[in-house]
Design a protein around this ligand. Structure first.
Ligand code: FES
Ligand SMILES: [Fe+2]
Length: 469
């Protein structure tokens, strides 16, 4: 399917025009769905979160065309290693080939469609269907069919239509693997744009320059639309309200403890919970960046804690020394000093470089979403640094998190409200009067508690839902 770009303009500039031009009035109908009306300048229509037909179109036009994060190279290090994941609602297998290249295979048998592999990950020499034992090589070619002599002569085991379907494009950026189910579209580097900085920073934090996913992962499921996760992550007004109970609990537990040793995790959990209790004035000092291709990030606000660069303890000192040995002091300061929180790569990845972790969004249906959280081990860093990352991830996004459980509750309340209320259009205008364009980039910047990231996501949504139409 062709992708629209304005002649002489980059992808980002084209999306910017489509999303922001006040002169743009063309009606964009796709499968009888009015994209222009849904992605209005004031905010999205409620049906974008509740209508199964819109969700179906999103899976086709967004998740089957843009670059979707499918895993990290460390999760499939050797030939035969695979991991089961998803691209939108398509279940796929990321498979390391015999020649060490990578392939995305659709996880359903070419015979009668059975789900091929139920394991989440592992190592195989081939994939054997549990129903009638058709056997597929690691690259998806069919190599064995029981009772093959009973088939007519027209049945050819080498016929490509009998092989597992694969993703036409797969590309990695410093070990982060993305796939696109479209043969056309921007290359990965152009698509990521400024977000490559976040991935660079995560990898550069490893003294030996190698990171690997380790320690399993957290997985939570909420009854709400997939867009709600990214819309919330860089919303800087909600924490003081949504997370009020954990802020209050953290403050109460702090009373009378100043200067005393923290009995549990050196105050990490309490500190993270308390961080959400910034005053409105403080939240307004946090910088937001929104890009027309849907990505966004905020400057950091977890200023203290076990992974803070200024921390003065043996582990941090050993880690810093290892980094300085690899990069020198000046560059080490720059690496550790990069303080960007929730680097949202639209539509399905959140990179938190300074805490060595990512979150991945998996849409299940119009009102169901799964979020996975992973931690990275930094090669050359003390083992304790990895444990600190795990502690951070557990506090922030585990099913038992006292922070993320609040967000999940809100996602479900939004979904319930949109499905059962009378609101026709959501309001995404906060900060519109104060957002500043970054000249010539199609990107915006804000130093107020703006809904800029939502408008960036909406611009990308509108572009991909209508591109090629
Ligand atoms: S459905 Fe897979 S072998 Fe029959
Ligand atoms: Fe939150």
């Amino acid at each position: 399917m062709p992708v629209l770009t304005t002649p002489g303009k980059s992808l980002v500039e084209t999306i910017f025009d489509l999303g922001h031009s006040k002169f743009h009035t063309r009606r964009i109908m796709v499968d009888n769905i009015d994209i222009e009306a849904i992605a209005g300048k004031q905010g999205m229509l409620a049906r974008a979160y509740t209508d199964p037909e819109v969700f179906k179109l999103e899976m086709e036009r967004i998740f089957q065309r843009v670059w979707i994060f499918v895993g990290h190279e460390s999760q499939v290090p050797k030939p035969g290693n695979f991991r089961r994941t998803s691209i939108g609602t398509n279940e796929v297998l990321l498979v390391r080939q015999k020649d060490y290249s990578l392939k995305i295979l659709f996880n359903n048998c070419a015979h009668r469609g059975t789900r091929l592999c139920a394991a989440a990950e592992g190592n195989r020499t081939s994939f054997i269907c549990p129903y009638h034992a058709w056997t597929f090589d690691l690259d998806g070619t069919l190599k064995g069919v029981p009772d093959v002599e009973s088939y007519p002569t027209s049945f050819d085991i080498n016929d490509p239509s009998l092989h597992l379907k694969s993703a036409p494009r797969l590309q990695d950026y410093r070990g982060f693997i993305f796939a696109s189910l479209s043969e056309q579209g921007p290359n990965l580097i152009d698509y990521l744009g400024k977000m490559t900085d976040a991935i660079d920073n995560l990898v550069d934090r490893a003294p030996d320059g190698i990171i690997s996913v380790d320690g399993g992962h957290f997985r939570v499921r909420y009854s709400g639309n997939w867009k709600l996760h990214h819309e919330n992550a860089n919303d800087t007004v909600h924490p003081g309200f949504v997370h009020e109970s954990s802020v209050t609990a953290a403050r109460q537990s702090q009373k009378g403890k100043r200067g005393k040793a923290e009995p549990i995790d050196d105050g990490q959990t309490r500190g993270m919970m308390a961080s959400n209790g910034l005053s409105p004035k403080d939240w307004n000092t946090i910088e937001l960046n929104g890009m027309s291709n849907g990505h966004s990030f905020m400057s950091g606000f977890y200023k203290s804690g076990l992974l803070a660069p200024q921390r003065d303890d043996d582990v941090t000192r050993t880690y810093r020394t290892a980094l300085e040995k690899a990069h020198g002091k000046k560059r080490t300061d720059a690496i550790l000093g990069m303080d960007r929180f929730n680097n949202l790569i639209w539509p399905n990845l959140n990179v938190n470089s300074q805490f060595h972790q990512i979150r991945v969004v998996h849409p299940i249906s119009v009102n169901e979403t799964v979020i996975e959280g992973y931690c990275f081990r930094l090669k050359g860093a003390p083992e304790e640094i990895f444990y600190r990352s795990i502690r951070f991830l557990g506090t922030l996004v585990s099913p038992a998190s006292m922070i993320f459980s609040d967000d999940l509750e809100i996602f479900e309340r939004i979904q319930h409200g949109l499905e059962n209320g009378k609101l026709e259009r959501l309001d995404h205008r906060r900060g519109m009067a104060t957002d500043k364009p970054l000249n010539g980039t199609g990107n915006f910047h804000s130093t107020t508690s703006s809904e800029l990231p939502l408008r960036s996501q909406r611009a990308a949504w509108k572009y991909w839902m209508s591109a090629g139409q």
